[in-house]
Write a protein that binds this ligand. Sequence first.
Ligand code: NPG
Length: 404
Amino acid sequence: MTEQTTVPARLEAIELHRIEVPLVRPFETSFGRETVREALLVRVRTEAGDGWAECVAGREPFYSSEYVDGAAAVIEHYLGPALLAGAGRGPHEPDDGPQPVGGGAASAIASVPAAAAVGPALAVVSGHRMAKAALEAAVLDAELRAQGRSMAECFGAVRDWVDCGVSVGIAPTLEELLDEVAGYVEQGYRRIKLKIKPGWDLVPVGAVRELLGPAGLLQVDANTAYRQADIPLLAELDRFGLLLIEQPFAEEDLASHVQLAAACDTPVCLDESILDRTTALDAIERGATSIVNIKPGRMGGYLESLRVHEACLALEVPVWCGGMLETGLGRAANVALAALPGFLLPGDTSASDRYYAEDLTEPFVLGTGEHRGQLAVPAGPGTGVAVREELVQAWASAPPLLLR
Ligand code: NPG
């Protein structure tokens, strides 16, 4: 078999930057409470120029088994050296054979050969999708900047503005929750997502439904906090006219999601369980999910996200873009992805000020007038945003690491 040589020929060095960005308010989910976003940034230096990306792994391994120290370590010790050495296709990479050309994900991926070679070069390492996604996204950014193309153009975006939702954490009191939601409605967000957990579900959801009125778009996210025995309780959410119930049960527990889908009218949407195109198709076929949350970090990158999007589009399964508290860097790429035709629900693509008083890039600001509640899709080359390097330095929580 021919070794992949595109990446090693072009890649000169990888820099890892650790930063801590203060959140404007704490963000609480069923798995924990964040007061600061600890982010891992990757800069690749290539013959053709630099590329930046953000790793979405969180401070602790609570949302998934990945976490930021682990991601930094696996990049330092395994993924970075593999990419720099140009390791070929590894034992875990499925061989799909030649890809058809002429549209959709395959031609988008074929147009970025350096980024497309990253996955195969890293496949020797099992898992660690968020770390792999960050490397692939940095190479993609560098490659597209060199080509003078935006991510939106590469991905096949069909709109210039995307509808934005906002994710609302578990609040200390019902009153504070309602205040927070009212503020987001005032700002124009087109959909509210409430975090729920046992003991914080029917009452807050009912109160927010009353605040929004029957037409307000509302959905809930349980982040795996429930058990199969909770199905009757979750089915009671039907009376609130939700867009979807997101991931109530454990990542591995498709069977309980199938049972819930049969027991309630509200669509069940998987997040944590969907690791790639294969798991997405399997979950859809089993009836465990009828809507898919696409998060590029969780799926190992934007290119796999394009494959998942295309598969869902063919099955007429709506998708939407999740968020993981990204700074403007990760948000820019997510907004480009959310502009694809199958993204039929507003994403967790909120404005910068939802999380950050100051963003790592130029801020994302909600539109006005006909674009109220929307974000403009970046049109410049690569991510289309510029990393403010003075902030990378000011927010550094550790010295940068250089791999070459
Ligand atoms: O808007 O960026 C955002 C965050 C949206 O709620 C959100 N993300 O479970 O989907 C989630 C949750 C999350 C945040 C998951 C951080 C993991 C880390």
